[in-house]
Design a protein around this ligand. Structure first.
Ligand SMILES: [Zn+2]
Length: 262
């Protein structure tokens, strides 16, 4: 694969980085990334992945653009209120970078479709807003041997980690269940739509997720696998904590009990 003259110009600031260069840019153009949710985290992720030249981007979202989304979901426009989020995101991506192939999955992620949906992609990015989707993606990515870059938001805070417990050569890496063994009891952790979110915090975490996805594609620097980054916008601080694989983990532990997603 050869870069065109227009691509040399478009990606010039990548090409000048020795760690990316022509070979890295070609890798990005050939990469396939699945973004789950075209919402607060998905919006900045999709914009930066598209701008970076990630060649094929899948988007899963079964929702429509609502006026109350626009405070943080910067890929959607006022004129698209009422449109499918996958369609609205695809339209913005086409305007940003016509190199990108967008695969729209206007469906809800379930135990029945998750394995088929993630199978065609190299890296999966979780921008969902609920625990059941997070566990579902974690289990499916582990079983399918995919790298999962996950972000989460609450009020003025956000967090980010990478899970690759199922990826060959990384079996010592922990999974999401090692970090959060059980779903918090109903009502103890409110969702964004119930608790609110400072819109720009979604931009911070979604942009970090896009950065980590690009690093995973290019094998650049240190992966966030085994590390959880916590951002507190009110104190203006980042903190990173390490965590390990739990030998008792029902998914990636020494005696796994989960052998299929359910
Ligand atoms: Zn685990």
């Amino acid at each position: 694969m050869e870069l065109t003259d227009a691509q040399f110009e478009r990606y010039a600031r990548h090409l000048i980085l020795d760690e990316v260069g022509d070979a890295g840019q070609e890798k990005l153009l050939q990469a396939r990334v699945l973004v789950v949710g075209a919402g607060g985290l998905g919006a900045p992720m999709l914009l930066y992945l598209a701008a970076a030249g990630v060649g094929t981007i899948g988007i899963i979202d079964d929702d429509h653009v609502d006026l109350s989304n626009l405070q943080r979901q910067v890929i959607h426009m006022t004129e698209r209120v009422g449109s499918a989020k996958t369609q609205s995101a695809a339209a913005t991506i086409a305007a940003v970078n016509p190199d990108i192939v967008v695969e729209q999955h206007a469906t809800r992620l379930t135990a029945d479709n998750v394995m088929a949906l993630i199978n065609d992609y190299d890296v999966i990015a979780d921008g969902s807003d609920n625990f059941s989707t997070r566990y579902l993606l974690n289990d499916a990515c582990h079983l399918a041997g995919k790298t999962l870059v996950a972000g989460a938001l609450l009020r003025f805070e956000g967090q980010l980690s990478t899970f690759r417990s199922g990826v060959s050569g990384h079996q010592d890496a922990p999974c999401y269940r090692c970090l959060f063994p059980a779903t918090p009891a109903a009502g103890t952790v409110p969702r964004c739509d119930e608790a609110g979110i400072l819109g720009a915090v979604a931009g911070v975490i979604g942009t970090l997720q896009a950065t980590e996805v690009i690093k995973e594609i290019l094998s650049l620097g240190d992966s966030m696998a085994g590390r959880l980054m916590l951002y507190d916008s009110l104190s203006g601080s980042f903190r990173t904590v390490k965590f390990k694989r739990n030998p008792e983990c029902p998914l990636c532990g020494d005696a796994p009990q989960i052998q299929a997603v359910s």
